[in-house]
Design a protein around this ligand. Structure first.
Ligand SMILES: [Zn+2]
Length: 161
């Protein structure tokens, strides 16, 4: 089998999970799409959100990969929800326990310590899983977000009070 034929076969499979690919892989696929009308059509159909009609045998082959992508999407939302829940709890409890008008400093101190005790360990735990399952882009994004929360959440809140 020729190399171009091999790339064609790989591209057809990768196009269905294009969003999840590393930048370098995307470029390889796009380069192939440029010269291959069959893959170009498949790519355009997927970009439109309408899935192409697949032969039955192809459908069976692609399924595990699609399952994995769905699993990844679910996991992403789960990780985002866990962070959102903890942040909500930290902020909600700070408003519940402290009078921001009278003791903003104490409330900020509380936010700082709860973030460190609660959010920090969870963030480390989630980051380990992020490193296992997700692309570099997501790992970087989530680490930056977590660092921002851990170091600057109290500063951010102090802007308002
Ligand atoms: Zn092709």
């Amino acid at each position: 089998m020729e190399d171009s034929q091999k790339i064609h076969i790989l591209s057809r499979e990768l196009i269905s999970v294009f969003d999840e690919l590393e930048q370098e892989t995307k470029e390889v696929v796009l380069e192939h799409i440029h010269d291959c009308s069959e893959c170009k059509q498949l790519f355009n159909e997927l970009a439109d959100g309408s899935y192409p009609m697949l032969e039955r045998s192809e459908e069976v082959e692609i399924k595990p990969l699609k399952k994995l992508v769905q699993f990844n999407h679910g996991l992403k939302w789960l990780f985002i929800s866990i962070r959102a829940l903890i942040l909500f709890y930290i902020l909600f409890s700070s408003f519940h326990f402290y009078n921001w008008e009278l003791s903003a400093d104490a409330a900020l101190e509380y936010i700082k310590s709860v973030t460190f005790m609660f959010y920090f360990p969870v963030a480390i735990f989630l980051t380990v899983f992020t490193m296992i399952f997700f692309t570099k882009r997501w790992i970087t994004l989530s680490i930056l977000f977590d660092l921002g929360i851990i170091f600057f959440l109290d500063t951010f809140m102090s802007i308002f009070y």
